[in-house]
Write a protein that binds this ligand. Structure first.
Ligand code: ATP
Ligand code: MG
Length: 767
């Protein structure tokens, strides 16, 4: 009788195997990172089909499996097919959204939609909400539509339809609930649903039509869920409803990796599982297969600084490996250089780029690394978002810069003429285009000609005339003021920064951070033209689709993934833990940041490299930064600390120095901008970690050098080249060459392979 265990089971430990083979009844797998939770789910799927396919006539259509991303679903599909040696079709495998949409399309009429309903993105949602608010005569300056969208989304995350909302929020004098109701009615008229609706409508459907729910409950004999700790209430209710009859529900998760509470996720769902499914079996996995002992120990220690954990032990059989590197550097540029060097060193040892990842806390942080990798000719991909210079707000800002530097740039003009809104519509643009074609002049030139004519309506003449006048003024300003200050002025006076500052969009703060970063970037160049040249080179850097690439992504996006070598830059107070998370959610926010740090470290298989910079350029000013408290929370015995901040190792090597603590707080570089407290996790007086006189002097020098005119002697890359005629140099794309002429930071180089080319200094390495 006893058939030998199928191959796929042989690759599991005893606990994993228990989790895979306990097919019937509710099962919760609660386990730390890298213990094989996802592997358990995948194997379980294979095992279900293999063992129950014949004997109990289990069809793939009777399995519901939820993953956190579409990519994860695809991978699971492939793995199961591989384990079984045949493809599997027809099962319900995907994200909550994709599965809910699939279910809803079949019954759309019952919730007031047609089966071909459209799914709205957030732009559409806002537009619709604005229309509704207009009709209701609600002051949108005071009550922005985007804020309302956020409120409605949170309600939907909680599974609340308009009738069920019984909390009142401060919006439009308590009118949010009413607006929500109208919004839902409008959506129905438009035969549309937003993302939150996909689940919400399902819940309504289940409630109003128990017979339909019953059908699905009977259909779904097995339900499986990955990353369970990050489900929200609506998703939880949806799962519970569907799994109630057969009760064969298996959820895997890790409370220490709950990082989506800002999107309505409730880690409490883990705790509710056992009460909602009495008799549930709980399996804990403790062996980690991913990370070396040092990495695992460092992450495990870090997470103990959180309260209220379910707690778990982790161990590994892997070889000791390297300690976690913690590197302190002077500034962001040095940090990017360091990561670049490490990546090159790994590559020269034969490690493929795809085994390395740079995981950042916030999107704006990618820029410095992107530029460094481009300089080094190392292919990379930014996962989960566009590359830095391709982001919407950056492209807008670049268009402004182009218009300042190149007055006839028609494309730039067209991009920003109505951003922020100046009432310039299609008709006006058509007039401009017409004239520009007829007269063979650029669009801005056409505009300039037409603002003195009757071709444009008075209002347009004023709007466009005002803008062109601004550009003229900004260009003149450039003759006396640093380009960095001009850019700041342009972004401010054009209303562009304000547009995002007043935006209630969830990603508006991130966009503002990107804009700040752009201003910092520009400070690294001599003038606008050299910066624009640099950007076009960066953008031109076409990448081959099937090349091995270094991955750059946010920590949030890295959940569930693993890489041999992981870089974790920017571990500084205010960056990580992120200031906003702490401001908005206090200790809870901090703990979620710490879970993110835990997620970050545990992505690494062989090596994790944490880094922090002692100085950051924020706008055009250098600001001192303190290492993240998470750096201190890493246990010494598993960490190798290397510091080149110019201040010695911040641990153990702190000399009192000549400065008193108060002087330190008064340093102009930050005192000018923000209260010192906000940079100091330990409150006003603070533990002094950077105190060597040499460092103070350097910071002081930088502040003095940077401030008066926006010029800085600190940046080496822009003012003049460190190369001279005759130097042997190397370029990643063009190969070895010899410098023929030097003009500022531009070099004319004769490359052995491709002839003579003009290249910016920063793209060149010593030969
Ligand atoms: P996370 O919490 O990060 O999502 P996880 O618990 O889902 O992690 P997996 O991604 O499933 O962990 O597994 C981590 C790594 O360990 C994978 O490379 C996986 O193939 C490997 N692994 C898991 N179980 C075993 C095992 N029994 N033997 C060998 N390798 C294993
Ligand atoms: Mg996983």
């Amino acid at each position: 009788q006893d058939a030998p265990a199928p191959d796929y089971l042989a690759n599991l430990n005893a606990e994993q195997r228990e989790a895979v083979e306990t097919l019937d009844g509710p099962l919760l797998v609660l386990a730390g990172a890298g213990t094989g939770k996802t592997r358990v789910l995948t194997t379980r799927l294979a095992h279900l089909l293999e063992t129950k396919g014949q004997t109990e006539r289990l069809h793939p259509q009777q399995i519901l499996a939820v993953t956190f991303t579409n990519r994860a679903a695809k991978e699971m599909q492939e793995r199961v097919a591989h384990a079984l040696g045949r493809p599997v079709e027809g099962w319900w495998l995907g994200t909550f959204h994709s599965l809910a949409a699939r279910l809803l399309r079949r019954h759309a009429e019952l919730v007031g939609l047609q089966s071909n309903f459209t799914i709205l993105d957030s732009d559409d949602q806002v537009r619709l909400l604005k229309q509704i608010m207009d009709a209701e005569q609600i002051d949108q300056k005071k009550w922005p539509a985007k804020q309302l969208m956020g409120i409605i989304q949170r309600w939907k995350d909680k599974g609340l339809s308009p009738e069920r909302v019984n909390e009142s929020v401060e919006f439009a004098n308590g009118g949010a609930k009413y607006l929500y109701k109208i919004y839902q009615e409008r959506l129905a008229v438009l035969n549309a649903a937003d993302f939150g609706d996909l689940l919400l409508h399902c819940l309504t459907l289940f409630q109003k039509h128990p017979e339909i729910l019953r059908r699905y409950q009977e259909t779904f004999r097995y339900v499986l869920v990955d990353e369970y700790q990050d489900t929200n209430v609506a998703q939880y209710l949806w799962l519970r409803a569907l799994a109630m009859v057969h009760r064969n529900i298996c959820c895997v998760g890790d409370d220490d990796q709950a990082i989506y509470s800002w999107r309505g996720a409730e880690v409490g769902n883990i705790l509710r599982f056992e009460s909602d499914f009495p008799g549930a079996k709980v399996v804990r996995l403790e062996q980690n297969y991913r990370s070396t002992p040092h990495i695992l120990a460092a992450a495990s220690k870090l997470i103990t600084f959180n309260d209220g954990r379910l707690g778990k032990e982790l161990w590994t059989e892997l070889d000791t490996g390297e300690k976690v590197f913690v590197k302190g550097v002077w500034d962001g540029e040095a940090e990017a250089r360091l990561v670049g060097e490490d990546i090159e060193a790994l590559q020269s040892k034969g490690v493929g780029a795809s085994h390395m990842a740079i995981l950042v806390r916030a999107g704006f942080q990618t820029r410095e690394f992107e530029e460094r990798l481009i300089t080094l000719g190392i292919p990379y991909r930014v996962v989960g978002g566009p590359r830095f210079y391709e982001r919407q707000e950056i492209r807008d800002a670049l268009a402004y810069i182009r218009m300042v530097a190149q007055p006839d740039d028609s494309l730039a003009f067209e991009r920003i003429v109505n951003v922020p809104k100046r009432g310039v519509g299609k008709a006006t643009l058509q007039t401009l285009h017409q004239y520009s074609r007829d007269q063979a002049v650029s669009l801005p030139a056409a505009a300039l000609d037409l603002i003195g004519t009757e071709e444009l309506k008075p209002k347009m003449r004023q709007a466009i005339g005002g803008l062109l006048g601004d550009f003229k003024r900004w260009r003149e300003m450039l003759e006396t003021t640093s380009h960095v200050a001009v850019l700041e002025t342009v972004l401010d006076e054009s209303g562009y920064t304000d547009m995002w500052r007043t935006s209630k969009e969830i990603d508006a703060p991130g966009r503002l951070e990107n804009l700040k970063e752009l201003v910092s970037a520009i400070g690294e160049f001599e003038n606008l033209t050299s910066f624009l040249e640099h950007v076009s080179l960066v953008m031109e850097n076409e990448q081959n689709a099937d090349q091995e690439k270094v991955t750059i992504m946010t920590l949030h996006a890295a959940k569930g993934l693993e890489f041999d070598y992981v870089f974790l830059p920017g571990w500084e107070e205010g960056v990580f833990p992120h200031q906003r998370a702490m401001d908005e959610s206090g200790v809870k926010g901090l703990e979620e940041e710490r879970r993110l740090a835990y997620v970050g470290i545990t992505r690494a298989r062989k090596r994790a490299t944490v880094s922090y910079a002692a100085n950051r350029r924020i706008y055009n000013q250098w600001q001192s930064a303190l290492p993240s408290r998470f750096v201190d929370e890493l246990p010494d015995e598993h960490v190798e600390r290397i510091s080149d901040t110019g201040l010695g190792n911040h641990r153990g090597n702190v000399s009192p120095g000549a400065w008193g603590a108060d002087d330190w707080m008064k340093m102009p570089s930050w005192a000018d901008n923000k209260p010192a407290e906000s940079y100091n996790p330990y409150g006003g007086t603070g533990e002094r970690r950077f105190a060597s006189a040499g460092w103070q002097d350097r910071v002081r020098k930088n502040v003095i050098d940077v401030k008066p005119d926006g010029e800085t002697s600190y940046t080496t890359s822009s003012k003049s080249s460190k190369y001279k005629v005759g130097d042997a140099v190397r370029h990643r794309k063009f190969g070895p060459g010899t410098v023929k002429a030097v003009d500022g930071n531009k070099l004319e180089i004769h490359f052995e392979g491709v002839g003579t080319k003009k290249v910016v200094d920063s793209f060149i390495l010593p030969g």
